[in-house]
Design a protein around this ligand. Structure first.
Ligand code: SF4
Ligand code: SF4
Ligand code: SF4
Length: 282
């Protein structure tokens, strides 16, 4: 039996959903057994189920598929891991665990989602999991209304400041750094939301924070350059109508298949361009 809308057999159509689920289950089981900690089984299973559900809804052409995943994963990380479990999943939490030499929580999170994972799934994190963008995506400027500014250097300053902040705590031998990390997570998030919302309105662009300010993009951009998963254009089908570029929140030239395409390392795999293409060329 075939699906009337795609002409594909259902099993083939949903194979990607099963693949995503299987990959996350493999990570969940490996970390559970390697670290002897059942938290990893729960954590990665939950994220795997959320993302698989999102892919399933996307295949079903449900309009809010991405937003549902973003809220499921983003809220889980912000509220459960951050506020309830007290894990600092911000960049300073990564530096903290790195300096203590512990391969736990934030270091595993960064390794999987933001450093090595992007070699496979690019900046999927930015579209489906980030709790900062989860809020910014509710704002009115889904696509930029002004030309991009040359302010990308700010991300290197915030990146350096986060490192200096944590290094200074260790060098000054401050006690109870773990407690400071918890409060840094709360205060840091409040600052991020405030700056992100102000930037969105000033630049008329929901994702201005991601383009200019976010320190995590210092990791994400170079790694996603080599991403296996990326949007590609079938030149034989494309009629150069430009509809795809009009809906892109990150101003990527997705009709250029080269790795050096305009803003190529900014693609967040939101699939808006794919949905808008009348020729199924993407
Ligand atoms: S660039 Fe930063 S703030 Fe924006 S979605 Fe990615 S991780 Fe989140
Ligand atoms: S929307 Fe499709 S057909 Fe139009 S320019 Fe983009 S890829 Fe080409
Ligand atoms: S619209 Fe397309 S090219 Fe632009 S960020 Fe989304 S997936 Fe990437």
């Amino acid at each position: 039996m075939t699906d009337k809308s795609t002409g594909q057999k259902p099993i083939k159509k949903y194979a990607f959903v099963l693949l995503i689920f299987a990959v996350f289950e493999a990570v969940a089981l490996t970390l559970w057994l390697a670290k002897d900690n059942i938290f990893y089984l729960f954590n990665f299973s939950y994220i795997g189920v959320s993302i698989s559900l999102g892919v399933f809804l996307y295949i079903k052409k449900y309009k809010y598929a991405r937003r549902i995943v973003q809220l499921l994963v983003g809220l889980y990380m912000l509220v459960y891991l951050g506020l309830i479990c007290g894990e600092n999943m911000q960049i300073e939490g990564f530096w903290y665990y790195l300096f203590t030499g512990v391969f736990e929580a934030a270091t595993i999170h960064y390794a999987v989602a933001k450093i090595f994972g992007p070699l496979i799934f690019g900046r999927g994190w930015c579209s489906y999991a980030c709790w900062t963008a989860m809020v910014l995506d509710f704002l009115p400027y889904k696509t930029p209304r002004q030309p991009r500014k040359k302010l990308g250097f700010i991300r290197y300053i915030t990146f350096a400041l986060s490192l200096i902040f944590v290094a200074a705590l260790f060098l000054a031998k401050v006690g109870s750094i773990e407690r400071i990390m918890f409060w840094a997570f709360i205060i840091g998030n409040i600052i991020y939301y405030a700056v992100g919302i102000v930037m969105a309105f000033v630049f008329k662009d929901n994702r201005a924070f991601c383009k200019y300010f976010c320190p995590i993009s210092v990791f994400l951009k170079p790694m996603s350059y080599f991403s296996v998963l990326r949007i590609k254009c079938d030149k034989d089908k494309c009629v150069n109508c430009g509809k795809c570029k009009k809906v892109c929140p990150m101003e990527v030239d997705m009709t250029d298949n080269s790795r050096k395409r305009k803003n190529g390392t900014e693609c967040i795999l939101c699939m808006e361009c794919v949905k808008s293409c009348p020729k199924d060329a993407l």
